[in-house]
Design a protein around this ligand. Structure first.
Ligand code: 3HC
Length: 325
């Protein structure tokens, strides 16, 4: 259905319609699902929102893994709530994508057979409890940096989903910072774990913002359509500027020895992540890609009987209604 829709709409991109569409974007109007839109705009949104939704769902795996091993009842309840929130974020985002004419099942199938991506960060393992604090603080912190501007994105349903999501993400980042602070202020073994978590997750967190601007394929068009509000490097720099003082506040060493305040630029200088590693991870060759997709495939297969049952029920109901008319 998605492929058919894409094909039938390719004919719609006439120059007059495109110019009127761009004028609406430039005037700051929101585009709603039933409005005319260029095929490329629809495709980009399905790609970005779908990838974002999948990231929320796959992102439950590395943290969910620690729910039964949280160190206290309070930490367990907080982590449980956070992981549950991520499922909700996935659902808001799948709903926003569905308004573009693609079903949740189609999106899921594209994730499961590798046609769609999810955030690179979730292909790294969470090895111990300090990693859970670092994920909340750094990963959700990076997600917020990217997602706050997306509240102003031009597509109405995506923008509204982002407003709800950002409220919860800020609780997620705070609980992570609180957990890592406890570790950083703890015994020397705990502090060492906190440092190790920051060292391992720093560069993968920087990768979340996408490749450097010179290698970003979609940024120019996505920014012209206000699907994206900032470039990847702009957001990465903002994240570094916000996070370095937090690392110092925790009394931890900086995970990148090249980080240095640059008075002239008014920003921290820092080193880029290893981009060859990033491209390998998004190609499917990261440390946990196989496990993550295997877990999602298993969940999908295990849930087949529920979907079949629901479909059979709704088909029966429709047939009964039809017979009564
Ligand atoms: N992980 C995986 N793939 C990535 C990536 C990342 N961190 N960054 C970029 N890519 C992919 C792109 O999808 C694109 O591949 P494609 O053409 O096959 O789709 C390619 O790399 C080139 O990158 P571009 O910069 O051209 O791509 P975009 O313009 O789409 O920018 C983005 C990438 C900044 C991630 C943008 O898509 C975006 O802002 N997305 C919305 C936010 C999002 O998806 N966040 C997920 C974070 S995790 C999360 O929110 C969960 C929470 O609980 C922490």
């Amino acid at each position: 259905m998605y492929a058919q829709m894409v094909q039938s709409e390719a004919t719609q991109d006439d120059p007059e319609k495109l110019a009127a569409f761009q004028a609406r974007i430039d005037a700051g109007e929101k585009i709603e699902p039933k409005d005319w839109m260029p095929e490329g705009y629809r495709k980009t949104l399905i790609r970005q929102i779908g990838q974002h939704a999948h990231s929320e769902i796959v992102g439950q795996l590395p943290e969910g893994n620690w729910i039964t091993r949280a160190p206290t009842l309070e930490r367990k309840a907080i982590l449980l709530a956070k992981v549950q929130d991520e499922a909700g974020h996935g659902l808001y985002l799948y709903c926003a994508a569905e308004t573009m004419g693609v079903s949740r099942d189609e999106l899921t199938e594209m994730l499961l057979d590798g046609r769609m991506k999810y955030s690179s960060i979730f292909n790294y393992p969470t090895l111990n409890w300090a990693d859970i604090g670092a994920v909340g603080w750094l990963v959700d912190g990076a997600a917020i940096m990217n997602q706050v501007p997306l509240q102003r994105t031009s597509f109405g349903p995506y923008s509204r989903a982002m407003i709800r999501i950002c409220k919860e993400e800020s609780f997620h980042a705070r609980q992570g910072f609180d957990a890592i602070r406890k570790m950083a202020e703890g015994t020397s073994a705990q502090k060492k774990m906190a440092q190790d978590a920051v060292n391992r997750l720093w560069f993968p967190a920087l990768m979340m913002f996408g490749p450097s601007d010179k290698d970003s394929v979609h940024s120019a068009q996505s920014m012209a359509w206000k699907i994206k509000i900032n470039t990847n490097d702009e957001l990465r720099q903002k994240f570094v500027d916000q996070t370095v003082p937090q690392i110092e506040f925790l009394g931890l060493d900086l995970p990148d020895p090249t980080i240095k305040w640059n008075e002239e630029r008014g920003h921290y200088d820092y080193s880029d992540p290893d981009w060859s590693e990033f491209f390998e991870v998004i190609k499917g060759n990261g440390p946990c890609n196989v496990d993550r997709l295997a877990a999602r495939n298993k969940a999908w297969d295990d849930g087949a009987w529920v979907r079949d049952g629901l479909l059979a029920h709704s088909r029966k109901k429709a047939a009964r209604q039809h017979a009564a008319e």
